[in-house]
Design a protein around this ligand. Sequence first.
Ligand SMILES: [Zn+2]
Length: 312
Amino acid sequence: MLRVGIKISFILMVTLAVKSVALADAVSDKSAASRIAKLLASFDLEPFIAQQGNPAPGITVGPAIRIENCKNYPYHNQQSPMQGYVMLANDIREGLRIGLQCISGNGPAGPLHPYHNQQASLLLDILESNHQKTFRCVEDKTFAYAVAIAPPEQFKYYEHDQDISEISYPGVAIDTYRVSGFLSRKHEPSAYRDFFKLDEQQIAEHLAGNPKRMQRLHRYENRKELVFHEMVHWLGHAHTNMSPDVVDLYEACCFGGSDFISDENSNKSFQLRACNILKDTELWDANQKQQTRLWRKKAYDQLKPDMRNMYD
Ligand SMILES: [Zn+2]
C-alpha cells in the first residue's frame, strides 16, 4: 500500500522455502538465548558516544553492521553529528534484543511454535557472519519509512535510486524524512495547495527552507520495531494477506501492536491475537497450501484489517 504516512506493506514477492521443523510442542530455544546474549554484547557503543565530529561516511558496530549517512537519524534534530549513528546502533541492538528473544520463545510471549525458533536461528546466522550488513539513511527518497534490501534472488524495487540500489544484501535504507513525518519536497505544486492546504508562501518556505512536519504524516516512534521488521525481510518473508505474514505477526506480537495505534487496550488485544497465531501448532506444522486454507478458515486474515480500522 503506497500511501504517504501509512506504513507501507513492503515489497517482497517470494518467501523462502524454509519450512518448520515438525516438532509437536512449542519450546523455547536456550541455545538461541546464549547466541543472542553474545550478539548484543558485541555492540560496543561507548567509543562512538565519546567521539566528536562527523564520522562520514559511517561507523561499524557489532558483527560487521555498517551504519552510513545517519547524522540526521531519526528526526533531524541531533545535537552532534555522531548522535544519529549511536541512536540507530542502539535501536538496532534493542530491536534485536526484543525481537530475537521473542521469536525464539524466550520473551514475554513465552514459547511460540518451533518454526519461529528456526527463523531466529537463521537471522542469527546472518547477523553473526562477517558479511557486511548495511543500514543507510536517505532523505526524501522513498514512500516508505524503511526499505529492506531483499535476498538477491528476489525482485528489487527502487533500482532507480542510486543511494538505495547500491546497498547490497543484507541491507536496510531508512528514510529520515518519512520517519520524521516530514512533508516530501517532491510532490507536484498542486498537491501542496490542494491536498496539504498550504498557501504560496508556505510552499516556498517548505521547498527552500526546512521541510515542514505535517500532523497527518505519522512520525515513527517505535524505531526498534521498525528496524527489526526490516531485518526479518532479510529471511525472504514478504507481506501478504493470503497466508501468514510472518513480518507483521512478529511486529504485532513482539513489539506490542502497531505504531499507528495509540489506544493501549487495542494494542494489547492485537498483540495477544498475533502471539496466539504464532503459537498455533496446526498452522505452522502445515504445508504452504494448507496454511493458506487455514489462514482464511481460522479468520486469521481478519487481524490486519481489524488493526487498520484502529489506526489513529
Ligand atoms: Zn515490511
